[in-house]
Design a protein around this ligand. Sequence first.
Ligand SMILES: CC(C)(COP(=O)(O)OP(=O)(O)OC[C@H]1O[C@@H](n2cnc3c(N)ncnc32)[C@H](O)[C@@H]1OP(=O)(O)O)[C@@H](O)C(=O)NCCC(=O)NCCSC(=O)CC(=O)O
Length: 416
Amino acid sequence: MGSAPAPANVREICRARRADGPAAVLAIGTANPANCVLQEDFPDFYFRATNSEHLVGLKEKFKRICQKLGVQKRYLHHTEELLRAHPEFLDHVDTPSLDERLDIAKAAVPELAAEACRKAIAEWGRPAADITHLVVTTNSGAHIPGVDFQLVPLLGLRPTVRRTMLYLNGCFAGAAALRVAKDLAENNRGARVLVVCAELTVLLFTRPAAEGALQFQTLINQGLFGDGAGAVIVGADPAVSAERALFEIVSAAQTIIPDSEGVITMHLTKGGYGGNISTRQVPELIGGNVERCLVDAFEPLGVGVGAGCWNHLFWDVHPGSSAILDKIDDVLQLKPEKLAASRRVLSEYGNMFGVTVIFVLDELRRRIEKGEEEGAPEWGVMLAFGPGLTVETMVLHRCVEQGTGGGAAAEKLAVA
Ligand SMILES: CC(C)(COP(=O)(O)OP(=O)(O)OC[C@H]1O[C@@H](n2cnc3c(N)ncnc32)[C@H](O)[C@@H]1OP(=O)(O)O)[C@@H](O)C(=O)NCCC(=O)NCCSC(=O)CC(=O)O
């Protein structure tokens, strides 16, 4: 008889299961519906498709608003044809249409999400079956089994993939999903987490209100938001030569801005989404609180980034609208090119809720690869905002030695 094995030390078991290094972004994929709308043509489309041409003054006001949002182009799943087939979508206050809108989202969101995921998986270069965890987030749906479940057969993921579904996180959904992925990757040695965020604005579509409190909010909703999906593969300790780390996720924090409840709200109604965006307060509150969020994120890291040197970072800011980006520029005294990736994504795709920060990350890596990021900063930040008002602050470290999993997170700031 051999001796019994020594009792397991639970702490050691847990420690052995953790990754050695920080979570890193290993690949990014994006997708949009085929239907592209130009902002300059959109007021004509919108007032025609909603039988609202008689509201001549309101259409002129909508044109002025559209010019102020920073958007040139967007992609929308809903076409004039789809809207003709659903006249109930024109009146989201009195006519029930939630079921029909959710049916459209149920079919289209997984397809759009899968397209972005396939691109990320192709870039990653490993089989889809090597994905161990899936984190999905959308505001566009309310089904169980949800998009996470649909993606398993669509992508050929293993049935044992560990799924997390985040519904209704507003515009901070993408950053929240990445924050969850960071913890999963760092606490499960070898984990490869597929994060995907997908949005369709078909739940938001309605005709302009001839008068009343909803009028301005409706115009903002129709002029600002766009459809898309963004996927990211997150993992720690990338395999040398088999995987390429783009950005290490050094820290991830979430905070509620004081006295902000009700500034951005969203809920499902019989006609799609209800809710409110206090468009004058949002830029002010973000401007008044952003520096504290940044200091709280960078100070504990001791990497020499703090107040007065924000221009030494690269920036992935959720482009809620150009007024928000202008406010951040102003408060932090950023050089004009610092928010160029955020501004470009807003201009080319509109505000795609939580998807947008993933597009900005993709744009940033392209700019860095092409040498378009002045000074090629090693440290950067992702900032996302959403209902609450909630701010997500994620510190990123650009991986310098491509193909080896990147540099150590303790590297000192390379001054731009
Ligand atoms: C709404 C704006 C484009 C307005 O731009 P400006 O302030 O520069 O322009 P402006 O004052 O001339 O306003 C343009 C026209 O809109 C009218 N207007 C402006 N604000 C108004 C309001 N609150 N109520 C009613 N009308 C308003 C003006 O009277 C004017 O009409 P007239 O031309 O007739 O004189 C901007 O303030 C903005 O982008 N705000 C932030 C938007 C936002 O909150 N985005 C976050 C989305 S939510 C998100 O991203 C997260 C999430 O959802 O979770």
